[in-house]
Design a protein around this ligand. Structure first.
Ligand SMILES: Cc1cc2nc3c(=O)[nH]c(=O)nc-3n(C[C@H](O)[C@H](O)[C@H](O)COP(=O)(O)OP(=O)(O)OC[C@H]3O[C@@H](n4cnc5c(N)ncnc54)[C@H](O)[C@@H]3O)c2cc1C
Length: 456
């Protein structure tokens, strides 16, 4: 919809047709955990522009309930299927923006009733209904029922979450806030693996105090039950559950494009050039179905996030309206809220990835006050920086703080340094804003930059 809106705004004479197989467009899937939590009351609240507004105010021919089933690049025609049959549509330029699919790992029992993924508005609706049902059933467990329940007078569930990525963590918050006993199973040695170790540790400590029992280095072997799911089975435990959320990542939805001869890259997502054009002339791809180039390495990566989808969509809209536009690369910047903490990451933190790109990475983490020491309240910000030792180039950063103490907004300065290829010494000279309610004279980012610059 970003591409459609921009193309139409730049060239109102264009005929812009959008096929959407579902009923929802321009929705913020990112808000679903907070809808399930109950902080957002209606799915409609997650919609930024309604189908009516697209059609009536933006003059876009939006056809919901139409699934594109074929792209014929030779004749430049797509075929879409709706309840009344098939329709064809000729095109001069085509954008494939088919998004991603929530991955369900090959765990026995993953298709049982009571096992959910969270990839779409309808998934969000089902999960919210589950929460409401469980709460109104009054199925309250006693406090001694499980370790995660020890702080609650009563709790629902228990429920299991498979995966400690951002959806797993956000859903742990959504369920625990509704008084569920939550068990989170993570295959690797830490939660939020794309973030720094210091960030993962801080979030893990915090989860432990929030009625979430986290099992690290734990591979889920089976979701057991007699019909509906009743237990999460690992190598050495069998944890009774009433519901399981599987949050083990997404894969690009590429079948339609592949069948038309669109080439995929090594990541498995659609390969494009800088203007997001695929190997088929006039056929573009963007968002969760496509690759993007990393600003540090220049390599194609798959980082399916909302801003990239919007930005690349908008760039394609401008391009097809006559102004060729490069949508820019990605730094892998991401943010997450975990109960009363917030975290952000950007760039390259993984030393193996950095070495493969020809760098000699070093990493340092520092803790600093989030506000002037004499100013009331405040907390701690932990800043991790990864730097190329010989050149001093800032490769990546990760920050964590109490919610509201600025880890996420501070990360934007590091995004700038990573994107512009600055050295850590240049970062340490950034003229950042300062006033006591917001930071110390030397913001924690500047302190981190000075420390790592001195040690390299
Ligand atoms: C629970 C959750 C939380 C998230 N949180 C964040 C966050 O905090 N920050 C962040 O940056 N990102 C977040 N994301 C990711 C973000 O939502 C995606 O990156 C973004 O929606 C991608 O946009 P897109 O247009 O590429 O794909 P989508 O938004 O998935 O849209 C693709 C659309 O294509 C339609 N479609 C697919 N195939 C066809 C077909 N053949 N014919 C017609 N229509 C078709 C689908 O129905 C879908 O509506 C989150 C995602 C989820 C699920």
């Amino acid at each position: 919809m970003s591409a459609a809106s921009k193309a139409k705004r730049d060239d109102p004479d264009l005929d812009v047709v959008v096929f959407e197989k579902g009923q929802w467009v321009s929705y913020g899937a990112c808000g679903l955990p907070y809808y399930i939590k109950g902080e957002i009351q209606s799915l409609d609240d997650l919609v930024s522009v309604t189908p009516e507004e697209f059609c009536e105010e933006r003059d876009i021919d939006l056809r919901t309930g139409h699934e594109v089933v074929d792209i014929d690049p030779d004749d430049a025609v797509v075929t879409a299927r709706n309840d009344d049959g098939d329709v064809t549509q000729a095109y001069d330029a085509l954008l494939v923006a088919t998004g991603s699919v929530a991955v369900t790992p090959p765990i026995e029992g993953v298709d049982r009733e009571g096992v959910y993924t969270l990839g779409s508005m309808s998934d969000g609706k089902e999960l919210r209904e589950y929460v409401a049902r469980a709460r109104s059933d009054g199925n309250l467990q006693q406090p001694d029922r499980g370790p995660a329940c020890q702080f609650l007078e009563t709790c629902h569930g228990p429920v299991g979450i498979v995966g400690g990525g951002y959806i797993g963590v956000e859903m742990a918050e959504a369920l625990a806030a509704n008084d569920f006993e939550v068990h989170l199973f993570q295959r690797g040695g830490r939660v939020l693996k794309p973030f720094s170790e210091a960030t993962s540790e801080a979030v893990l400590d915090h989860l432990a105090g929030q009625n979430v029992a986290v099992s690290l280095d734990t591979e889920v072997r089976e979701l057991d039950g007699d019909g509906a799911v009743e237990a999460v089975v690992t190598a050495d435990t069998r944890v009774p559950v009433e519901m399981v959320l599987v949050g083990t990542g997404v894969r690009p939805r590429t079948d339609l494009a592949e069948a038309a001869g669109v080439e995929l890259g090594e990541t498995g997502a659609i390969a494009t050039d800088a203007s997001r054009e695929t190997n088929l002339p006039g056929v573009y791809a963007a968002g969760d179905c496509a690759e993007a180039e990393h600003v540090v390495t220049g390599e194609a990566v798959y980082v399916p996030l909302a801003l990239t989808a919007n930005r690349h969509g908008r760039a394609i809209g401008r391009t097809v309206a006559g102004r060729p536009t490069d949508g820019g690369g990605v730094a892998g910047t991401a943010a997450v809220k975990a109960f009363e903490m917030e975290a952000a990451r950007t760039g390259i933190l993984d030393h193996d990835v950095a070495r493969d790109a020809g760098f000699e990475p070093i990493t340092e983490s520092i803790e600093a006050k989030s506000r002037a020491g004499y100013y009331p309240d405040g907390g701690t910000v932990t800043v991790t920086l990864t730097v190329d030792r010989p050149s001093g180039r800032v490769l990546g950063g990760s920050l964590v703080s109490e919610y509201g103490e600025g880890a996420v907004h501070r990360s934007h300065a590091i995004v700038g340094a990573v994107t512009e290829g600055l050295t850590v010494s240049e970062l340490s000279n950034y003229d950042l804003a300062y006033a006591p309610p917001f930071n110390t004279t030397w913001d924690p980012i500047l302190t981190a930059a000075k420390v790592i610059d001195g040690r390299r």
